[in-house]
Design a binder for this molecule. Structure first.
Ligand SMILES: [Mg+2]
Length: 430
């Protein structure tokens, strides 16, 4: 559920020239809550909040619940205080995913050019579909009508010439609306919005810009690219922001269905307490996970270490990184740290307190490497970029290049031919 700012003023008729407007952004309205209302029609019109348990956060809220000031990511306890009469339901991901799959199948009947962003959100490039369809808005209207009819869920659609404007259009069309922004209106449209509307500008960046006297996209549009670079400290971000202020966005719709996680695990030949043996295996698994991420053009934010004990029970521990990764040199140290955290022992221990039967690493919070470039967090990069960080960044780039070279060697000579900097070779796993 989107918490990005909307502006009533832009929710208007922008004209009907659809020339070049081949990008659709489709976003289900309050999806989890809508799914629950679809199977419990008696909840219609009531404040429905998805998320239970006092330590949990709200995953979704119906529009009725939002009028009480309830938002996603808010503590459930706070939501209960704001709306004691609210109907709080547990998250049923399996059910939402089943509906989502059917909705995506419906979209796939229009075109295969679909970039799935999440369970309830996607971009479509409809340029090829226009041979069969009259117009992008006819496609948008049909999807909206079908989703409503078949699943009793509403969605909003933004239509524009690029992803940025299409996304902002659907956000501002919500709930249950469709907004077409003709190419000639892109700049005017985005300049009516607060700076926070631009994906990647969070509260901290917005505050940073405010100190420079920039609060709206209109004000941003008066700056040159180099002036923006002075504020952000990054030429790359300055470029995409400078483009954004003109309603431009060069990112393409990349057909993609998000995978939930990529993992690698092995059972030891014999249960072991030898930490060198276990960490060597984690290194090997990190290597496999990283190679698999790169092969699929993905980056991951969350790393999980999993172990199985002698009594066949499992333990896992996860860590979410500030910036997404796709290299073993970034994944392995995290996986290793998590192992010792699971085992509740010092990272220098050569003998683990309990024997392990299996160990493995997985990466989740996946996104396409190509499209992650624009999003990343201005939030992170606005920090003081000291020399240490810059050199760490350079090292990371070097390691990434080294691992990519390994990928091509492995492609040529086989998977097990070479490993990067493994201190001890993993015992041949079963
Ligand atoms: Mg949504």
């Amino acid at each position: 559920m989107s918490t990005s700012p909307r502006s009533l003023a832009v929710k208007r008729d922008w004209g009907h020239d659809e020339t070049g407007c081949t990008v659709l952004h489709i976003d289900m309205d309050a999806f989890y809550a809508s799914c629950e209302i679809a199977r419990h029609p008696e909840l219609k019109g009531k404040p429905v909040i998805i998320g239970t348990g006092n330590r949990a956060v709200v995953s979704a809220a119906s529009y009725e619940a939002r009028t009480y000031g309830i938002n996603s990511a808010m503590a459930v306890a706070t939501a209960r205080r704001r709306c004691p009469q609210g109907i709080f339901l547990p998250v049923d991901m399996q059910y939402y995913r089943a509906i989502s799959r059917q909705i995506f199948a419906l979209m796939a009947s229009v075109t295969d050019q679909i970039e799935q962003v999440s369970v309830d959100e996607a971009y479509m490039n409809v340029s090829q579909a226009l041979r069969r369809w009259e117009s992008p808005s006819a496609i948008g209207a049909w999807i909206r009508q079908q989703v409503q009819k078949k699943f009793n869920v509403t969605c909003s659609v933004g239509i524009a010439a690029n992803k940025l404007i299409a996304k902002l259009a659907s956000t501002n069309a919500k709930p249950d609306g469709m907004l077409l922004v003709p190419l000639s209106q892109h700049a005017t449209f985005i300049r009516m919005l607060p700076l926070r509307s631009i994906p990647g500008i969070g509260p901290a960046s917005a505050e940073h810009f405010r100190r420079w006297g920039v609060e709206t996209v209109e004000e941003l549009s008066h700056l040159s690219e180099s002036q923006i670079a002075q504020i952000t400290g990054s030429a790359l971000q300055a470029h995409s922001l400078w483009l954004a202020a003109q309603g431009r966005d060069e990112r393409k719709v990349i057909p993609h269905t998000p995978e939930k996680s990529i993992g690698s695990e092995r059972t030891f030949a014999q249960d072991t307490t030898d930490s060198t043996e276990v960490t060597a295996l984690l290194r090997h698994c990190s290597d496999e996970v990283a190679a698999s991420l790169r092969k699929r053009g993905l980056v991951a934010r969350t790393i999980t270490t999993k172990v199985r004990h002698s009594d066949l029970s499992y333990s896992t521990k996860a860590h979410t990184l500030e910036a997404p990764v796709d290299t073993a040199s970034a994944i392995y140290p995290v996986a290793k740290k998590l192992l010792f955290a699971i085992m509740k022992t010092e990272s220098t221990a050569s003998v683990l307190p309990q024997p392990l039967r299996l160990a493995g690493v997985s990466a989740s919070g996946l996104s396409p490497a190509k499209t992650t470039a624009l999003q990343p967090s201005l939030e992170l990069d606005l920090g003081d970029e000291d020399e240490e960080e810059v050199s760490a960044h350079t090292d990371a780039t070097k390691l990434r290049t080294a691992e990519k070279t390994l990928d091509s060697i492995r492609d040529k000579y086989g998977k097990n031919v070479i490993h990067l900097g493994t201190t001890a070779k993993a015992k041949k796993p079963l």
